[in-house]
Every structure is written in C-alpha cells, then in structure tokens.
Design a protein around this ligand. Structure first.
Ligand SMILES: Cc1cc2nc3c(=O)[nH]c(=O)nc-3n(C[C@H](O)[C@H](O)[C@H](O)COP(=O)(O)OP(=O)(O)OC[C@H]3O[C@@H](n4cnc5c(N)ncnc54)[C@H](O)[C@@H]3O)c2cc1C
Length: 305
C-alpha cells in the first residue's frame, strides 16, 4: 500500500522559488508536496517590477497565478503549514510540521527565503517595501530623480550610494550614528554631491507607508520622497542548517550550479541562496533545482528498475 504521506520531493517554501521548482517537477510526473507558511518577503509591496510579463502587478497577483498553474498538475499538493523539523532517514528525509503532520520525501528543496530584520525605528516596518525600499532595479524607476535617502553605513553604503547615483542626483546617506565610511569614500561621495548625515533616526513620518520625513533624536526633521535601506536578514528556516547544509559568510545557503546544497538530496533556490534578491532570480533557481532533482530521481529509478 502506498503511504499517502510519501513524496518524491518535499518543497519547503511555496513562493516564487518553490513554485517554480514544483512546476518543473510536476511536468516530470513527480509526486510533490509543497509546504508553505505564506510569509513572502515582498508581501507588503504594492507593485512588483522587473519580472518579464508581470511588470507592475502586485506580488499577490503573481504568486496566486503561479500557484494556480502549479497545482493544476495532479501530482502536486500544496499545504499551508510551517515545517519545523527535518531529519535524514534511510530512504530520504522526514519533515514535521507545526500542525503535527509528518511527511517523507526522497529529496528536499528549500525555497524558504530570508527574514528581513527591521531596525528599531518607529514607522520603518510600516514603510518597508512601499517607500523604504531594498533594490533600485525593483523600485528605483518609480522614484527616479526624487529626494532620496540611503539608510546604510560603511563600505556597503559607499557601494550602494554609488549605484543609486544612477537613479537620482539628490541623494543623502543616513548612517544613523557615527559614519564608518573612510575619509576617501566620504570625499568621493561629496564630490558627487552625496552627503552623509550621522544623526540618529527615531522615527519615519509616513502616510500609509509613504514616507514623508525622517525625525532625528535631536528633534530635527528631513523631508524625503524615498529611502533605500540595507538591513540585516536571517535565514527564514533553520532546517537546512540542522540537516548540515553549509552556509556562506554572507548567511546564504551554499549551492552549486544546479542548486544542490552541500548535503546529498537537498537543494535550495531563491533568496535563501542568493544576494541578488529578485522574483526572476528566484524563479530561475527554482526551475534549475526542479530539473536537477528530477534528473537525480530519474537516474536512481533507472538504475534500480
Ligand atoms: C520589500 C521587498 C520588495 C521587493 N520587490 C521586488 C520587486 O519589485 N521585483 C522583484 O523582482 N523582486 C522584489 N523583491 C525580491 C523578491 O520578493 C524576492 O527575491 C523573492 O520573493 C524571493 O522568492 P523566494 O521564493 O526565494 O522567497 P519568498 O518569496 O520570501 O518566500 C519564502 C516562502 O517560504 C515560506 N517559508 C519559510 N520558511 C518556511 C517553513 N519553515 N515552512 C513553510 N514555509 C516556509 C515563507 O512563508 C514564504 O512563503 C522584493 C523584496 C522585498 C523584501
């Protein structure tokens, strides 16, 4: 008798990367379970850009369309739940979920993304993805030539500031405390009319997430149209680490050219593996992981047939 809880592949994370992997596997006739907690990193963003055929759509529209196409393959199941534990077993892996279900899969794919850590500044989280933005390729065109801030410090502020100079010549870097930029970097930025403000920010004044101004600890106010922010993040799921998957110095899961992690049978794609955070990149990685897992399964079945 077939155990209904046994799958060829369990995909943890059913957003862009996970769904893309699932589509390749569904088309390869594989029995797949997608477990998804429904907590996409871009869920607060009103419009998603820079993904062909879907430019300007809401993230929800894109993922709902993707999900409807993926679950139309009859070997694919989608479960809204959170995977809390993963264990290596003789014939693959066992995943336990928050609701107490246990599933077995021959292979695992993680499309679990990352969790952005908001600074302790009133209004920051409310503006995240709306007017406090992470990437000029996703949102820079919409705020081009506007009065713009960059919330960052050190080398990353220099490199990101240089990049943003392409989109606006009205740019100020807010280090929220003492600047760690070198004298040379500060001089170069100043020569391009990019100044550095070290004052501590206590609040972002906003209307429904649209930034109006930064409020500083000393009571002063700076009006702004948009604020880019480089903030820290952590892996959304600890399961890959608990299975022994290596993590690089940037905090990303290490994968090879075919999205395979350092653990046999475990693949990963999307934001959890890559600093180039975009829907297109997540879809690419998921598609590659799906095809690579399919190829491994076919090879194993062919050998033992
Ligand atoms: C504010 C913001 C705006 C953005 N705007 C754009 C844009 O305009 N254009 C663009 O191309 N890119 C944009 N991006 C980047 C893009 O959203 C990401 O690159 C993309 O969402 C990554 O897809 P992913 O599938 O890897 O992860 P995510 O979309 O973050 O999805 C991860 C999924 O895994 C689930 N999950 C995690 N852990 C578990 C678990 N243990 N069990 C079950 N489920 C789990 C989560 O609930 C979530 O559904 C934006 C990002 C941010 C933060």
């Amino acid at each position: 008798m077939i155990n209904q809880k046994e799958y060829d592949v369990i995909i943890i994370g059913g957003s862009y990367a996970g769904l893309s992997a699932a589509m390749a596997l569904g088309r390869a006739l594989r029995k797949v379970l997608i477990i998804d907690g429904g907590n996409r990193c871009n869920k607060q963003t009103p419009h998603s850009h820079n993904f062909l055929t879907q430019d300007g759509k809401t993230p929800k529209e894109i993922s709902e369309l993707a999900k409807s196409q993926v679950v139309s393959y009859d070997t694919i199941s989608f479960l809204t739940d959170i995977a809390i534990k993963g264990e290596k077993k003789a014939n693959g892996f066992e995943i336990t979920t928050q609701n107490g279900s246990i599933f077995q899969g021959r292979k695992l794919i993680f499309g679990t993304g990352v969790k952005d850590l908001m600074p302790n500044i009133e209004g920051f989280a409310e503006c995240w993805g709306i007017s406090v933005i992470h990437c000029p390729y996703c949102h820079g065109y919409e705020v081009r030539h506007q009065k713009t801030g960059l919330f960052a410090n050190g080398d990353i502020a220099y490199e990101f500031g240089k990049l943003l100079w392409n989109w606006t010549k009205d740019l100020t870097i807010y280090t929220n405390g003492k600047s760690d930029l070198s004298v040379e970097q500060t001089k170069t930025l100043a020569s391009r009319n990019i100044s550095i403000v070290e004052k501590e920010i206590v609040k972002i004044d906003h209307e429904n997430g649209q930034i109006q101004a930064l409020i500083f600890l000393d009571g002063s106010v700076q009006k702004l149209d948009a604020l880019y922010a480089k903030i820290p993040f952590i892996q959304h799921s600890d399961i890959p680490k608990s299975l022994g998957c290596e993590i690089n110095e940037m905090g990303m899961l290490k994968v090879d050219m075919i999205q395979k992690t350092s653990v046999d049978g475990v693949f990963a794609a999307g934001d959890s593996t890559n600093l180039m955070r975009s829907v297109a990149n997540a879809v690419y990685g998921g598609n590659m992981a799906g095809a690579a897992v399919s190829k491994e399964l076919i090879a194993e079945d062919f050998e033992t047939a």
